[in-house]
Design a protein around this ligand. Structure first.
Ligand code: FES
Length: 219
């Protein structure tokens, strides 16, 4: 296992597998489920929790670095952009803590003419589980959104852009809050500011849950 490093605040990170030297996702946050420190299993190319056996993908070839490979964790690890520069016989790896890489933060279905984004459970089964998270960018919307199921009947959706200086926040399933990796702002599950320097809530969206999908209204 790689030793954990601690580049900022209380956010230990460690390198994930892979040999890519371009902007990538080599570092993963080690605080999901019950907040035990994680380690890297080099033979399986998995990030593993020794406490409750949660596992996360770590092989870039999987295309799923940070995603849950085995529960009980039901939310992905946060990742940050990294760049590697080689000079003078050595390589320097730089972690950009302003650039959170959200798992599954890709294009989501388009917002329809009634300004609704429909996320079918068939395509996003994690939204059926309490604590399940979807991060993604609806077609036509500027920022990624984060959709999270809080309990059997409550699903929330917020804009992932921190209202302080615009870094991307992530959902902390353990603390049930949104956290910004840049300057430490935290936001409650409805987007309100818990800890500054941010002073303005995250933009939140109305959500309804049907028998087969989650519907987010994006005005
Ligand atoms: S950008 Fe989020 S706390 Fe500063």
């Amino acid at each position: 296992m790689y030793p954990a490093n601690q580049p900022s605040r209380d956010v230990p990170v460690f390198p994930a597998a892979g040999s890519d030297s371009t902007a990538s996702s080599r570092f993963a946050r080690s605080r999901i489920h019950a907040a035990c420190p994680l380690g890297y299993n080099a033979s399986k190319k998995l990030i593993e929790c020794p406490c409750h056996s949660s596992r996360f993908f770590a092989d870039p070839a999987s295309g799923k670095v940070g995603a849950v490979e085995h529960p009980p964790a039901n939310a992905p690890l946060l990742r940050w952009q990294t760049t590697a520069q080689t000079a003078g016989g050595g390589t320097t790896l730089t972690i950009d803590l302003k650039q959170t890489v959200l798992f599954n933060c890709e294009m989501l279905p388009a917002v329809d003419a009634t300004k609704q984004l429909t996320l079918p459970f068939a395509d996003f089964p994690q939204l059926m589980m309490v604590g399940g998270v979807v991060c993604g960018q609806p077609t036509g919307l500027g920022n990624p959104i984060i959709v999270t199921r809080l309990d059997a009947s409550t699903v929330i959706a917020v804009d992932s852009k921190c209202t302080h200086l615009g870094c991307t926040v992530g959902w902390n399933a353990q603390n049930q809050d949104f956290e910004c990796p840049c300057h430490g702002s935290t936001f409650g599950s409805d987007g309100h500011v818990q800890v500054g320097p941010a002073t303005t809530p995250l933009k939140s969206y109305a959500v309804s849950v049907t028998t087969d999908s989650v519907v987010v209204t994006i005005p």
